[in-house]
Design a protein around this ligand. Structure first.
Ligand SMILES: [Zn+2]
Length: 298
């Protein structure tokens, strides 16, 4: 049995970490800068963020590779360093998890290799063919696996075709895969995909967990979680943003408090979600509140 399945077999709920991008920005990443480059150039900062999430109670860390595919990295002239970026990111997260486990005597947190969208539109709307997307995701997923990731997480996908490419590449590595779409308002993605179609497709490809992340705030996400639990035969994950982002004085602000967020997450657990955490705008304080709320004894 793989490590993720073992944890799922022994724990009713698993807590993932929160946002990486907004944490990097808080530590000086410029708007428009490449978050994944920090795996190579400022690894101690990335590791410190992982450490903060571990101290907050995260049981699964996501690697800093949301944009770690060749299509996205090409935008920064870094496409040829894709494998390096993915490898280093995994080593940093594993190092943080191992050090924390050694210091606390707790089981080592799992490391989930993050696979986010390419930023390109799939054909026929755009010009990214399915086979090209598959190759992009194979490169990243392969490097994440080689470096020792425990599982892979396909996230923030709004196009089911792109998710199919990423999920296929992820499952091919042999690692367990968490596969998540992002939803707009209501229970369809912005490309019109409904939950039963999503679940059938992703489970059919071999996803070990299906779920929802990013999207709007937790209030809107509850209906999606309810449908996911109703249709999925595998465990369900839910990682919302800290509310719907607002622009204030030219800055993106997430309106939700950690307390309200944790309360909403507790509601998702009551609905049946088994993997919970945070997306954009969440911080270690959000995860600390979530952990205390959904796993008070642990
Ligand atoms: Zn997000």
């Amino acid at each position: 049995m793989d490590a993720l399945s073992r944890r799922l077999a022994s724990q009713a709920v698993l807590v993932l970490d929160g946002a990486m991008g907004t944490q990097l920005q808080a530590r000086g990443l410029e708007p428009g800068g490449c978050p994944e480059l920090w795996n190579l150039e400022r690894p101690t900062v990335v590791e410190a963020i992982h450490r903060d999430y571990l101290a907050a109670g995260a049981e699964i860390l996501e690697t800093n590779t949301f944009g770690g595919n060749r299509a996205r990295l090409d935008d920064y002239g870094l496409g040829d360093r894709t494998r390096d970026v993915c490898r280093r990111a995994t080593e940093i997260a594993l190092g943080a998890a191992e050090a924390f486990a050694a210091a606390t005597g707790q089981p080592r947190a799992l490391v989930a290799g993050s696979l986010g969208p390419t930023g390109k539109l799939m054909a026929p709307t755009g010009d990214l063919r399915f086979d090209q997307a598959l190759e992009l995701f194979r490169e990243a997923a392969g490097a994440l696996r080689e470096a020792g990731a425990d599982c892979l997480i396909v996230e923030t996908m709004f196009d089911l075709d792109e998710s199919r490419a990423a999920t296929t590449a992820a499952v091919e590595t042999g690692l367990p895969v968490i596969s998540q779409l992002t939803f707009g308002r209501g229970v369809r993605t912005i490309t019109g995909v409904d939950v039963p179609t999503m679940v059938r497709t992703l489970e059919g490809l071999g996803a070990r967990v299906v779920g929802v992340n990013c999207s709007t705030g937790p209030e809107e996400m509850a209906a999606v979680v309810r449908e996911l639990v109703a249709h999925a035969t595998v465990p369900v994950s839910a990682l919302p943003n800290a509310g719907l982002p607002e622009y204030r004085d030219g800055r993106v602000v997430y309106p939700m408090t950690p307390e309200a967020f944790a309360e909403a997450i507790a509601g998702f657990v009551e609905l049946g979600a088994r993997l919970v955490g945070g997306c954009c705008g969440t911080t270690p304080e959000f995860i600390r509140r979530v952990r205390a709320r959904v796993k008070p004894a642990g």
